[in-house]
Design a protein around this ligand. Structure first.
Ligand code: ASP
Ligand code: MG
Length: 426
């Protein structure tokens, strides 16, 4: 039996009972003969509470101190979990990200892992311990300061450790039974997926599916680490995410399902730059201003320009959290770009249909638009890739649209309703 990395999210360790329940699971894995490394998130909504607290003290807390504060959340859960395991008669040691050898760049609040040197974890395992590691944190190679990896970063910690320790699998325990064909909080008839390719999972994550972080899937794909997403509340098998379909999932070379799932995202806003002269260099100037402000954008649409004025409109979407920054950057560059005005709209939502089988099934796009039309949903922007179609609609229409598309593509399950075991979804 090999080494497994298990990651438990905040809702799985929300209180003392949760920690004791998780401790039992970990001990079971150890009893089954595995070497076990556990990555743990902060309890429940601790990270959000720490952020609220920081904002009460200072509207713009400095990155270094902010990271110091936030990493405390994971320290609490790692120590409590180690205590709970010892109480069950097994040896466990907890480690901060820094002690576990998670080395990052020095960008506070969204550091990237640049190396993992898990010497102390290896030693702890060799001495028969279960190793518990605080997720979401590391130490900068340059500044020697403590960093955090961005919200939800514990998944990335888990995959990075799994890669560095050459683990058999990285198990991500969460508050649902796996990856579903749509968010089970929105679609009651969402179906659990047994296996999904890393490629499709990356696209779902990029389109707003929150079950796995994009960066974590990217890392797992690069190092070829299979991920098993499952619930810490039920004993059920979850969803395997890997580059190749594992043998346990049937060895016939079946084609990809045409559609893997429907994702939605209500975290974006839309900016329309109105009255842009239709001549070379205009789009470049607009998106240079946005890029210089370090804002990542998503969809872009340029209208056909009105023949009478020679002016056009350019719309794009971006995270709501970057809205003010983007407007400021464009206003500053207004004289140089030369547009009439800016419109900001944060009442939008995005629905995406994802599946590798789409490439070879030309009817998919038509059926997608038909489903939206039947549901009375108006489409504002459209973008496509080889394995995805996304549309922007009014935010109020998003849930109905997701349900309609899910049904139209035959994804509804006929059996049990999808269960959400915990979490405030905060
Ligand atoms: N506790 C951190 C957060 O809430 C990291 C994580 O949960 O993965 O974002
Ligand atoms: Mg969390």
């Amino acid at each position: 039996m090999g080494l497994v990395v298990q990651k438990y999210g905040g809702s799985s360790v929300a209180d003392a009972e949760g920690i004791k329940r998780v401790a039992k699971r970990i001990v079971d894995a150890k009893k089954n003969g595995h070497q076990v490394v556990v990555v743990v998130s902060a309890m429940g909504d601790t990270t959000d509470e720490l952020i609220d607290l920081a904002e009460q003290v200072s509207p713009m807390p400095a990155g270094r101190e902010f990271d110091m504060l936030l990493t405390a959340g994971e320290r609490i859960s790692m120590a409590l979990l180690a205590m709970a395991i010892k109480n069950l008669g097994h040896e466990a040691q907890s480690f901060t990200g820094s002690q576990a050898g998670v080395i990052t760049d020095s960008v506070h609040n969204k550091a990237r892992i640049i190396d993992v040197t898990p010497g102390r974890i290896r030693t702890a395992l060799d001495e028969g311990n279960i190793a518990i590691v605080a997720g979401f944190q590391g130490v900068s190679a340059d500044s020697k300061d403590i960093t955090t990896l961005g919200r939800g970063g514990s998944d990335t910690t888990a995959v990075a450790l799994a890669a560095a320790l050459d683990a058999e699998v990285c198990e991500i325990y969460t508050d649902v039974d796996g990856v579903f064909t749509a968010d089970p909080r929105v679609v009651k008839k969402a179906r659990k997926i047994d296996w999904i390719s890393s490629e499709d999972m990356l696209e779902l994550a990029a389109s707003g599916s929150k079950v796995l972080l994009h960066r974590c899937v990217e890392y797992a794909r690069r190092y070829n680490i299979p991920i098993h997403v499952r619930s810490s509340f039920s004993g059920l098998p979850g969803t395997w995410v890997s580059n190749e379909k594992p043998e346990s999932q049937g060895d016939e070379q079946v084609e990809h399902a045409i559609i893997s799932g429907v994702a939605h995202d209500v975290s974006e806003a839309k900016i329309t730059v109105v009255g842009v002269p239709d001549k070379p260099g205009e789009a470049a100037a607009i998106f240079r201003a946005i890029a210089d402000a370090e804002i990542n954008i998503d969809m872009i649409v340029q209208n056909v320009s009105a023949a009478s004025t020679g002016l056009t409109d350019i719309s794009f979407t971006l995270p709501k959290t970057e809205g003010h920054k983007a407007i400021d950057a464009l206003e500053k560059a207004k004289g140089q770009i030369g547009f009439d005005s800016l419109r900001y709209d944060d009442q939008i939502g995005k629905i995406s249909l994802v599946g590798a089988g789409m490439k070879t099934n030309p009817g998919v796009t038509a059926s997608f638009f038909q489903a939206l039309s039947d549901a009375g949903v108006n489409i504002e922007l459209i973008s496509t890739s080889e394995i995805r179609i996304s549309v922007v609609t009014r935010q109020d229409d998003v849930n109905a649209a997701v349900v309609a598309v899910h049904t139209a593509f035959g994804l509804d399950s006929d059996s049990d309703e999808a269960v959400v075991y915990g979490g405030t979804g905060r």
